[in-house]
Design a protein around this ligand. Structure first.
Ligand code: SAM
Length: 191
């Protein structure tokens, strides 16, 4: 079975070129991106959240799948990397790029319930998970990647991932499936 994505976001190659120039190596892989697009397409008119924009590869895939009336908020602490995402995707009126700490964003959010959250930094994943799940609508999707060892991980990262997986049953409002596919995924639904 060839699981290479066939359709790719138009902006992806330019984003990845800029990422290489910047030395940014943490963009989501393309199979994950394709899944993000697919899941985003399952939320017509949805409120889509990404925590950890990076240079915008994941955002490009999410926008690729989203309907015209859906919206994306993508949160990033590092303005230098997020500037690349804004450069390539900022013209899309569905996208809002917010430069702030994701932990603070979770605390401050008072908007309507979120339809899909792709959490790609520590807040909302390794800590503040209950707070993040409380922001999801019933049936809202929760997606994380990089649960299998990555070359970019610091030495102390594996125990963090192990603890995340071990404590998932503590959240009865999350029905989830870990997948040993791509970089190691977890796809959950708020119940
Ligand atoms: C794995 S990369 C994101 C890749 C991107 N989501 C994609 O799919 O291409 C993680 C990003 O999270 C950002 N980050 C780390 N800690 C953060 C925090 N506390 N709040 C917001 N962003 C953070 C990093 O600067 C980095 O750009």
């Amino acid at each position: 079975m060839d699981d290479t994505p066939r359709a790719r976001p138009a902006a992806l190659d330019a984003i990845l070129t800029d990422a290489t120039a910047l030395g940014f190596a943490m963009s989501c892989e393309e199979r994950t991106g394709s899944l993000l697009a697919t899941l985003a397409a399952s939320k017509p008119g949805g409120r889509i959240l990404e925590l950890g924009t990076g240079v915008g590869a994941g955002a490009a895939w999410l926008l690729h799948g989203m309907t015209e009336d859906a919206s994306l908020t993508s949160v990033e602490a590092d303005p230098a990397v997020q500037a690349i995402a804004a450069k390539h995707l900022g013209h899309d009126s569905r996208a809002t790029f917010t430069t702030t700490d994701a932990d603070a964003w979770i605390t401050a959010y008072t908007g309507p319930p979120i339809s899909l959250a792709y959490v790609d930094c520590r807040p909302g994943k390794f800590h503040r998970l209950a707070a993040l799940l409380a922001l999801l609508e019933p049936g809202g999707l929760y997606i994380v990647d990089d649960l299998l060892p990555q070359s970019t991980w610091p030495d102390d990262h594996q125990p963090r991932v192990d603890a995340f997986l071990a404590h998932l049953p503590d959240h009865p409002n999350l029905l989830y499936t870990p997948a040993r596919w791509a970089s190691g995924l977890l796809i959950g639904a708020r119940v």
